[in-house]
Design a binder for this molecule. Structure first.
Ligand code: GCW
Length: 716
């Protein structure tokens, strides 16, 4: 045998050994996300599942039922490594039944009273015994519940849970669970770090990329039920007839997966003239001289446009609007309020059951000198003025998706207006798709934060889900991190953030640990020690990011516009509240933004006891200290350190954690799919280098004000 042939044979043997060891077979390019369905490697588990799952039936003939049949077939075949017949009718052999509660085949098998509270989307999965035979039954009131239940059952099997414990009842706590895509019509994605947009507008409506279906399937698997296709910095062109046609094709593909389509609209769409937004020329698509929401011609224009949309897309969800924000047009251009603008659109949508999501991301500098106060100042007075089909959609924090912010005080402060929570899945300020930052712990920190809006027990989650305030509709949105990269999200671990967003939107009581655990088992491995190592790495990653970027309440000191690296000295932006120096205010005395009652007064926007606790540096939680206070460099922290020492320690703690993430991952070589291993190792080394750059440039810069030596407990 020639030398080269020997090499080939050795390489092939190596490859097959690897395939043997990794349940997911070949090099994992990430495309299959958490739905890899690799054959279960644990023989005890495999045997127990195989013994009980031999023939399945999904009754019903709708497109959704066909999707459920295909998914079950694909999932069971993969996981069990054998063909499991999935038919459309129940026979004497069937041991897995997926059927609506009204289906005769279920006669007497399930206790229907348990289904009463489950609504349209909830499901029940039970293991029952009948005539000495064991069966698994997935049931729901409506077929969408069956789809979610099927994914629930597959997840149960993918994570290797014991069938003896199979008794799941689940319903979403929040009704509208949406992705917001900031995708532009030219294929670019604002704040997107995973390639181009998935939507190939030039090819639509004729060509239907197979990825559209895979996208819908992935979202359905985690309970997402709506998608806003285009950027909130919206181009009016999205409402032209040819685009509505394109959108309708996507809506048709997504519909059987339970996903409704929404669009971002530009408030100036009805005008005929060109206008400029942040340097981009935009053209209205109408023939009107104005977009004043009180002008009858404008109101008629929106009604006609809305009808045109519903003619093509009968279950169209509604409009997302960014108005009078960062240069976008809006009702204030005509001295009209946000409520007047939103209500005009609400009126057009109401006959069809559509809704308006009106964003509260506004920060007009004329309203208040402190950017963090402006949304509250503008929106609280409007409470009670919005039509019932309007959500006010707000980001979790008062500034802008920073690694850590206190909560946006608007939540709970508009009792008559349903507030929709906007989270950011794409890591605009948290290392793009280069840094491994698992976001569930951050989202949980907000969701569990007790606002005291209705007294103790008024967590953000309980406000958003309508428990604390009697909302007539509830919603949550995540700014998507998806693009056309083969692995969807750029960083393999960013898939976990998409996954976690969907799981928390469905059930915000799930823990970050449990979600990480599921994701790791579904995506990487079941090996206990390895799961524990990876979970540990994920769970600490967000605090690490806060530490090496913006500890102790620092914020918005990122590189201008790009928002990736550090630029604490940035001072010459077109607006003061875009500079870094506006936010950190470092000087020879100390550092931080004084938002106390003696400063900007932002603390007063919070409910008691927070307003009092935040108001004093002695009682303010240290993680928010420099958000609310300008603190002297030698202020004594709870640790006994001075503020300067504490800042230094946090920056070093951040980079230390990243160093240990690198060590953890390096030691996992051979334990996870080799392609994933190499991909993640590469990104971690970038993160390690960049975290050190963050630490050193921030400390060097702030040292220019503190005039103290950089403190590190291990350094000489
Ligand atoms: O975070 C800022 C981003 C903008 C974004 C804006 C918004 C879509 O830097 O890119 O625009 O927020 O949320 O509207």
């Amino acid at each position: 045998m020639q030398f080269s042939r020997i090499v080939v044979v050795i390489l092939m043997i190596g490859f097959f050994c690897e395939c043997e060891r990794f349940s997911h077979g070949q090099a994992d390019d990430g495309y299959e996300l958490w739905m890899k369905y690799g054959t279960i490697q644990d023989t005890a588990v495999l045997d127990s599942y195989s013994a009980e799952i031999r023939a399945a039936a999904v009754t019903g003939q709708s497109p959704t039922c066909s999707i459920i049949r295909d998914e079950l077939h694909r999932g069971l075949a993969g996981l069990l490594g054998k063909v499991v017949e999935v038919s459309d009718s129940v026979t004497g052999q069937t041991d897995v039944i997926v059927a609506c509660c009204s289906c005769k085949a279920l006669g007497g098998l399930v206790d229907k009273t348990r289904l009463e509270t489950l609504g349209e989307e909830g499901y029940l999965i039970q293991r029952i015994e009948k005539a000495g035979r064991r069966m698994i039954v997935v049931t729901a009131n409506e077929e969408m519940g069956l789809l979610y239940g099927t994914f629930g059952l597959l997840r149960f099997l993918q994570t290797g849970k014991n069938l003896n414990n199979l008794n799941l009842i689940s319903r979403p706590r929040i009704h509208y669970r949406l992705l917001n895509h900031w995708d532009n019509l030219d294929g670019t994605v604002e704040r997107g770090y995973a390639g181009k947009s998935l939507w190939k507008w030039k090819e639509l409506p004729e060509k239907k990329d197979s990825r559209y279906t895979d996208y819908a399937r992935a979202n359905a698997s985690i309970g997402i039920n709506g998608t806003v296709l285009n950027n909130v910095n919206a181009n009016p062109v999205i409402l032209k007839p040819e685009y509505i046609e394109k959108v309708s094709v996507l809506a048709d593909i997504f519909r059987p997966y339970g996903i409704r389509v929404f669009l971002s609209i530009n408030f100036s769409s009805p005008v005929s003239a060109d206008f400029e937004i942040n340097g981009n020329r935009r053209a209205g698509i109408g023939d009107l001289p104005t977009s004043d929401p009180m002008d009858p011609r404008v109101r008629a224009w929106w009604k006609n446009k809305t009808r045109e949309i519903y003619d093509r897309i009968p279950d169209f969800g509604g409009f997302l609007v960014k108005a009078n924000s960062e240069g976008m047009p809006g009702p204030q251009d005509y001295d009209r309020s946000h409520a007047e603008g939103a209500n005009m659109l609400a009126e057009a949508l109401a006959p069809y059951g559509g809704l308006v999501m009106w964003r509260a991301f506004v920060y007009n500098a004329e309203v208040d000198a402190d950017r963090a106060k402006r949304a509250y100042c503008e929106f609280v007075p409007l409470d009670g003025q919005f039509e019932p089909n309007v959500f006010v959609q707000s980001k979790n924090g008062p500034v802008d998706f920073q690694p850590r912010e206190p909560i946006q005080p608007l939540f709970g402060a508009m009792p008559q207006t349903p507030l929709m929570l906007e989270l950011q899945i794409t890591q605009e300020y948290l290392g793009h798709s280069k840094h491994l930052v698992y976001l569930a712990p951050m989202w949980k920190e907000y969701l569990e934060f007790d606002t005291y809006a209705g007294g103790k027990g008024s967590s953000l989650a309980r406000i958003v889900d309508g428990t604390v305030l009697p909302y007539t509709m509830t919603g949550i949105a995540g700014v998507s991190n998806i693009g056309n990269d083969r692995n969807w999200t750029g960083h393999f671990f960013a898939q976990a953030n998409w996954f976690a967003f969907g799981r928390l939107a469905w059930d915000h009581t799930l823990t970050s640990e449990a979600i990480a655990d599921d994701w790791i088992r579904m995506s990487l491995t079941w090996q206990e020690n390895t799961v524990a190592e990876i979970r540990n790495m994920m769970l600490h990653s967000r605090e690490a990011c806060v530490n090496y970027m913006t500890p102790l309440g620092l914020h918005h000191i990122m590189q201008a516009d790009f928002h990736y690296g550090p630029q604490p000295g940035y001072s010459d932006a077109p607006r003061r509240d875009w500079t870094s120096v506006y936010y950190h205010r470092a000087d020879s005395v100390g550092i931080g933004f004084d938002r106390s009652s003696a400063g900007s007064g932002a603390v007063k926007q919070y409910f008691s006891p927070w307003r009092e606790l935040f108001d004093s540096p002695e009682t303010c939680p240290e993680k928010y200290l420099l958000w609310f206070h300008h603190v002297p460099w030698d202020f004594t922290m709870r640790s006994g350190h001075t503020l300067w020492e504490e800042i230094c320690s946090h920056y070093f703690a951040g980079t230390d954690t990243v160093d240990s993430m690198v060590d953890t991952w390096t030691a996992l070589e051979g334990q996870v799919n080799p392609a994933v291993f190499r991909h993640v190792a590469g990104r971690l080394s970038i993160q390690q280098k960049d975290a050190a750059i963050w630490r050193d440039s921030c400390l060097n810069y702030f040292q220019g004000f503190s005039n103290k030596a950089i403190y590190h407990e291990y350094s000489p």
